[in-house]
Ligand binder design. Structure first.
Ligand code: NOJ
Ligand code: NOJ
Length: 470
């Protein structure tokens, strides 16, 4: 049976692999539209408070029918991106209303006392916080949420809506009464505390969480300054600076990766520290042109390549489909199969599309660069990107990638991104849906169906691709 499934998958592979570049591009454009509509299906479901984003429509096995703060923030980040590029006024207005709803919903979430405080993890669709036992707090939530809100506040300020911003989003001075200010106060005072990671399993200090907190504080400081809250701006910047320093302690030079968690404080023993969350943490928060934590930082490229290579070995489906990008999971030792936590973990759509996103973003980031210095850390990544996409690769004596080799590299990055999306395509079902996971042996989908974050991740990757090829 399994063999049969496996050979079916490899037949699909053959067809999708031979799909021409044009056909593949057409598919990406079509699937982008499909993803938008499936993502929007999971916002404001019947009977919910405005601004509710369910993680998935699945109400049992597993029950993901909640507004999960992290998922919702990342999804709304995608909506905000769609809003900012939309030309059609009607569609633009629709996206704008989703963002306004999100403010309304967040205000309601903030108004309830909850076990996790502002680090509460998930809410019922009627707005009440989940009451059962859970890994809380998860402090990436307030960071990611305020990142989206700050972006929105800046848009509104540019469009003459200062009253609304000051009333609903950011009040100057204390106590904090508005959504952004509350989250920023929380983040700036609590970031030293240990909490649960984004996968809700490990207690400690997490690379992903800290990247989100740092970016929220940096953006928050700018907004505070824009609104005349100078003392707060100074404080947020200062905390962000300290976070930046702490983040460097995650770097494990001998292994060549950023460890996902340090100062481990309990739960989920047996996790080594290699985790795709590190790559997601960079791609969700980076800003081109900043010196620290640039996308082309050789430590990130080392982390990405080592993580990819490990997953290539861990999952059977990666052996079966040469030519299609590596299916990426959460972390190699994962035991959550989408239903139970004592099984074998699998590749996920959102992480695989997240790696695609990284490649496209890096291609854009490299546009302004005249050369790339090859180091002991980035060399494996560069080699893999070049060779797996049919580009020769010679290093000149000063170990620089420039001229023709550099333009080949930029092109190969886009091809690498595409290979991850070809991988995604291979495992989507006949209804064009994406669940959470892809069975590591059979290639069939499993776990929560129509996971909103999967669509968000695909849309993000596609939008980044558009920017990269422009
Ligand atoms: C267990 C998983 O390991 C964890 O990541 C997930 O968030 C929870 N189950 C809830 O589905
Ligand atoms: C499990 C994941 O580990 C977690 O990151 C996510 O928030 C929930 N599922 C809901 O999608």
């Amino acid at each position: 049976m399994n063999f049969l499934k496996a050979s079916l998958i490899s037949m699909v592979l053959v067809t999708s692999h031979i799909a021409s570049a044009d056909e593949f591009e057409k598919w990406m454009g079509d699937y982008f539209e499909v993803s938008i509509s499936k993502l929007l299906d999971n916002i404001n479901p019947k009977g919910s408070i405005p601004g509710t984003v369910i993680a998935s429509p699945s109400k049992q096995k597993p029950n993901y029918y909640y507004h999960w703060v992290r998922d919702a923030s990342l999804v709304m980040r995608t909506v905000s991106r769609l809003h900012s590029i939309e030309k059609d006024p009607i569609k633009k207005e629709i996206y704008l209303n989703y963002l306004k709803d999100y403010v309304v919903g967040t205000k309601i979430h903030h108004s309830y006392p909850s076990k996790g405080g502002l680090g509460e993890v998930k809410f019922y669709v009627d707005g009440r916080p989940f009451q059962g036992p859970w890994g809380r707090p998860q402090n990436d939530g307030p960071g990611l949420r305020s990142m989206v809100m700050i972006q929105f506040a800046n848009y509104l300020l540019d469009n003459g809506e200062e009253d609304y911003v000051r009333r609903e989003l950011y009040n100057v001075g204390l106590p904090a009464t508005t959504v952004i200010k509350k989250d920023l106060e929380y983040v700036s005072h609590r970031w030293t505390q240990k909490d649960f990671d984004l996968w809700e399993e490990v207690v400690g200090h997490h690379f992903f969480t800290r990247m989100a907190q740092r970016r929220a504080l940096l953006q928050g400081a700018k907004l505070a300054r824009r609104l005349g809250d100078d003392a707060a701006a100074f404080w947020y910047d200062d905390q962000a600076f300290h976070l930046g320093r702490e983040l460097n302690y995650h770097w494990d030079e001998s292994w060549g990766i950023f460890l996902s968690t340090i100062n481990w404080g309990g739960h989920r023993r047996g996790k080594g520290g290699m985790d795709s969350a590190t790559i997601l943490g960079v791609v969700y928060t980076h800003v081109d042109g900043e010196k620290q934590f640039d996308l082309s930082d050789d430590r990130f490229l080392s982390t990405l390549e080592r993580t990819r290579k490990r997953f290539a070995r861990v999952y059977k489906i990666n052996e079966l489909q040469p030519g299609v990008g590596t299916a990426i999971g959460r972390y190699p030792e994962d035991t959550y199969d989408g239903y139970k936590t004592d099984a074998l973990g699998n590749p996920w759509f959102l992480t695989t599309a997240g790696f695609a996103n990284y490649c496209y973003r890096l291609a854009s980031n490299m546009k302004n660069k005249k050369s790339l210095r090859l180091t002991e850390f980035n060399i494996r990544f560069v080699k893999h990107v070049m060779l797996s996409n049919g580009h020769g690769f010679n290093m000149d004596e000063d170990a620089m990638l420039k001229g023709k080799s550099l333009s080949n590299f930029k092109e190969a990055l886009i091809q690498s991104g595409d290979s991850y999306l070809r991988r995604v395509r291979l495992h989507i079902d006949e209804n064009n849906s994406m669940s959470e996971q892809i069975n590591r042996r059979t290639g069939f989908m499993q776990g929560a169906r129509d996971l909103t974050w999967s669509y968000s991740s695909f849309i993000d990757a596609y939008l980044s691709r558009k920017e990269a090829v422009k």
